[in-house]
Design a protein around this ligand. Structure first.
Ligand SMILES: Cc1cc2nc3c(=O)[nH]c(=O)nc-3n(C[C@H](O)[C@H](O)[C@H](O)COP(=O)(O)O)c2cc1C
Length: 217
């Protein structure tokens, strides 16, 4: 085994499993279970528990993924925000489907959400943009996300000019800033176990509402 492989193998997983999980008592609606687990992750001090991986597919059918911040979960689904002209935005416009993955070390839990994605209405997106700190608004106004950048000086100039625009017009909203809604069709909950008898529950949206089942680990 190489040095790196050996070092990786020596790192323990599922070191802290503080929260009990009884699959017999899960709620009928997976959103309630998600909020319950998120609340427990926050209480257990999991760092940045609202950071999640958003996976999309590009126009060649190739997967892509990046970390985003969860903005809210409501009766419609999971909300996140970003630029509609970014790679993720153009991918979602072409293929409005995505998966979200959250892993919370410290409680040994993973949640996977799959579904369809749609932009929220412009007023919601504008509210989300204006709720950002001035630096975050300037960052979004700079635009050109994920395009090649010549150097730090070019970014500094664009950022300074965006900061000035924000300072001069506190109501200014980046036109492509979008609050997206992922409407879930499938949600999986994974509770890690040191003996590797992980508890997994899969929820699926059916015509009669949510159905759930245990899954083999
Ligand atoms: C912890 C963390 C949180 C992030 N939150 C967001 C976010 O809420 N929205 C966003 O557009 N990008 C966010 N990013 C940046 C994205 O990961 C990504 O670099 C950017 O959106 C460009 O992705 P794209 O090229 O796939 O469009 C975050 C990155 C990290 C590491």
């Amino acid at each position: 085994m190489g040095e790196l492989a050996g070092a990786l193998r020596a790192i323990p997983v599922f070191t802290r499993l503080p929260a009990a999980f009884d699959p017999a008592t899960v709620p009928a609606d997976p959103r309630s279970l998600f909020v319950e687990w998120l609340t427990e992750a926050i209480a257990e001090g999991v760092p940045e528990p609202h950071a999640m991986v958003l996976s999309t597919v590009d126009t060649h059918g190739q997967p892509d993924a990046r970390t985003l911040i969860l903005k809210d979960v409501d009766e419609h689904g999971w909300w996140f925000a970003g630029s509609s002209s970014s790679p993720k935005g153009t991918q979602l416009a072409a293929t409005p489907a995505a998966a979200l993955t959250l892993y919370w070390p410290g409680v040994g839990r993973q949640i996977r959400v799959r579904g369809t994605v749609e932009p929220g209405d412009p007023a919601q997106s504008a509210r989300d943009f204006l709720a950002r700190a001035p630096g975050g608004r300037a960052e979004a106004l700079v635009g050109r996300q994920s395009q090649p950048l010549a150097g730090a000086a070019e970014l500094r100039t664009a950022f300074e000019s965006a900061k000035a625009r924000v300072a001069n017009d506190p109501e200014l909203v980046a036109p492509d800033w979008t609050r997206y809604l992922l409407r879930p069709t499938e949600i999986q909950f994974f509770q890690g176990d040191r003996e590797r008898q992980h508890v997994r529950i899969g929820y699926r949206c059916t015509e009669d509402g949510w159905a759930h089942t245990l899954l083999w680990p």
